[in-house]
Design a protein around this ligand. Structure first.
Ligand SMILES: [Zn+2]
Length: 214
């Protein structure tokens, strides 16, 4: 166990150092013809109220709003996943407290991030890709800019699945998670925000996901 913890410390410390030099996200370097912005779960139920809301996620909103406006000015399409459980007996509730019941205010995209340009895709699991494969609608998309919540669950599930899908289909694309526009919740002693965020980035990188900072 002592060796394991020592090696874990070395591995994670080395990875954390690489994050210090995450490149800046320069939107001018992307083209509207092959770029898709993917916003994951920026709904009231994860930002403002309800069993799974988090102030860490809510704090993302102002900068994310700026990011969306810049993307819209550049005519990048924006896909917004919306957690939306049509049944009170959703299978996901075996793992998480009930949240985002279809039609409730928890499902709504937060007011600050509502834009006419959003294309909304509803999802009934943590992995948005399983509900809606972006390549079906955005066939020419090759650069995917992922923002939203939470880093270690829905963002990680979507980003790693998309990255693997691109590999499976030999599509020469790239998934970028905007590191400072994703976040996760904190529960003292159970789910440490910093640890979970870092470990999720580590796992995403292993799946071929890149990081940028806005
Ligand atoms: Zn859910």
């Amino acid at each position: 166990m002592k060796t394991l913890l020592k090696n874990l410390n070395i591995t994670i410390t080395n990875f954390a150092k690489t994050l210090e030099s995450i490149p800046t996200c320069k939107l001018d370097e992307f083209n509207s013809s092959d770029t898709l912005v993917v916003m994951v779960d920026m709904v009231n139920g994860f930002c403002k109220f309800g069993a799974l809301s988090s102030e860490n996620v809510e704090k993302l909103i102002p900068k994310m709003s700026e990011f969306l406006d810049e993307c819209i000015a550049k005519k990048f399409p924006i896909l917004a996943y919306q957690d939306f459980h049509t049944s009170k007996n959703a299978s996901e509730f075996n793992f998480y407290p009930p949240h985002c019941i279809g039609g409730s205010d928890e499902c709504e995209i937060v007011d600050e991030l509502k834009r006419d340009e959003l294309f909304i895709a509803q999802k009934n699991s943590t992995n948005g890709f399983l509900a809606f494969n972006p390549l079906q609608k955005y066939k020419n998309a090759r650069n995917f800019l992922v923002i939203g919540c939470v880093t270690d669950i829905c963002v990680k599930d979507f980003s790693t699945t998309l990255s693997k899908y691109l590999q499976q289909e030999d599509i020469n694309g790239k998934v970028y998670v905007i590191e400072n526009l994703v976040d996760t919740f904190h529960i003292e002693g159970i789910h440490d925000r910093d640890v979970e965020h870092l470990l999720a980035l580590y796992q995403m990188q292993k799946s071929g996901v890149d990081f940028l900072r806005y």
